[in-house]
Design a protein around this ligand. Sequence first.
Ligand code: PGA
Length: 250
Amino acid sequence: MKRKNIAAANWKMNTTVQEGIKLLEDLCQQSLNSETQVVICAPATHLHGLGLIESPANVAIGGQNMYTKEKGAYTGEISGSMLVSAGVSYVVVGHSERRSYFAESNDFLGEKAKSALAHGLTPIFCCGEGLEIRKAGNHVSHVIAQLKASFALLSDEEVAQLVIAYEPIWAIGTGETASPEQAQEMHAAIRAFLTEAYGSETAEGISILYGGSVKPANAKEIFGQADVDGGLVGGASLDPEGFAAIINSF
Ligand code: PGA
């Protein structure tokens, strides 16, 4: 299976509904590579409205988070069914900001991915190490341990449907990007883990995105690495022209 090239925008907690609609409309005015799967991961308040915008077939809407339960007394939470009913087809799971500010554990994130898949949503499953771990040279084992712990809850068939995003925490929102070699080293290690645990067909089919200060100026070089299949883009996705340039960087 040929894996997809994906440019996913992570708007985080930015834009009002009106600004978000304008941002997607402006993006759709740009000329976008139709071979790139574009995913707009927006705040929950925006999702339904964004889904109503007429956009090219390769532009999908994604949530930034979801809960594992189907419905009930979970004030403030959003279920997979709710995301689907808003026209969403992807959901970010396990972003480092969720792991650190909201104490989301590997186990819980595995459950989230499982629940997302049960609803037909594609999880963009995030992993990544902090600066101390990288400095100590333990980055590869740390990231593989994160994935192993969460994927233990998933069947082989479920793992095969994931998108993975490697996001070194020291490169998120800092302007500091992993070098193309650093990204490739980790992506190759993730793919080697997937090959060993799930077989080469599954490993070759999974898109592995890089995240952490991706910009129009560095996207081409990063996406050019053999095991980098696109990016999860925060700050630079808030500029329609810049994000279009990233979409067109494959
Ligand atoms: P950044 O964020 O592009 O602003 O570094 C990436 C992310 O956190 O997904």
